[in-house]
Each structure stands twice: as C-alpha cells, then as structure tokens.
Design a protein. Structure first.
Length: 150
C-alpha cells in the first residue's frame, strides 16, 4: 500500500511540474509567485499552511478567470477543493498578474492568456472628461487671480 502512495505522490509531483509551463494552470501562477518572491516549495507551503501534496494538487487546478464576476467564484472553488484560504490564493493570483503585466510591458513581451483581458487594469487608467481635461485647483487659482487683475 505504501508503494502506491509513493507512486501517486511522484506522479502528482511530475504532473504539477509539467503544468508550470501552462499559463492557464495554477502551477504557472505559483511558479511565477515563487520566482518573484524567491520562495522554495517549503516556504510556499509554510505561507499557505499546507503540505507538499496539497501544493501539488493546487498546481493542477485551473487558474481563476480574471473577469471579476467569475474570479471570486473560481478562487473559492479551488480553495474549497484543496482546503486552502481563498483570500490568500486570490492575493497570489493578483500579485502575479500585476507583476507580469508591468514587467511584460517594460520588456515588450506578450502577456500570457487572461492578462490581456479588457478591464484587467482599468483602475490604473486616467479618464478624460467629455469636455476635455479639467483645470487643477492651482490652474483655477491662477485664472481667477488673472481675472481680478484686469
């Protein structure tokens, strides 16, 4: 019986390692996270409060859909499946997505699937008003001051 458990663990680890090259898998996200934060598997297990076996199970899950309507649901499902904290998993995915988006833009590389999804970085964009850009408070004060000098 112990031989089957070792074989299952070995196969799971091999499959998880292979999945790290597929951007649609959690393995890819976790590999980038470990790279960004210079973490070993043991350190990542400590952060997630899980075993190496659970970490490999997580790696074989699909990454969450970046669409805000689906993201939370996907993260919750994965977290429930492997018994981990959904909030912590969401933080990891968002950190990797942000890091990849910014470093990819600086290098001129193509972002992996999901990172080019419209709306991913909307919060970082400036919006222009329909009537054009508005004056800042300092510009408005200068204009008011010039009007009074006449």
């Amino acid at each position: 019986m112990a031989d089957n458990a070792n074989l299952d663990g070995t196969l799971l680890a091999r499959a998880a390692a292979r999945a790290a090259s597929w951007p649609h898998m959690f393995a890819w996200v976790l590999a980038r996270y470990q790279e960004i934060n210079n973490l070993t598997d043991a350190a990542l297990c400590a952060q997630l409060a899980c075993s190496a076996h659970t970490l490999n199970q997580l790696r074989l899950c699909g990454r969450p859909d970046p669409d805000p309507a689906e993201f939370a649901i996907d993260v919750q499902r994965v977290a429930e499946r492997v018994g981990l904290d959904a909030g912590r998993l969401a933080e990891i995915v968002r950190e990797v997505d942000a890091h990849t988006a910014f470093t990819g833009a600086n290098r001129g590389t193509v972002a992996p699937p999901f990172l080019s999804t419209p709306g991913m970085l909307k919060a970082a964009r400036d919006r222009e008003e329909e009537n054009g850009p508005q004056e800042t408070g300092e510009e408005q004060q200068k204009t008011d001051h010039e009007d009074h000098e006449d």
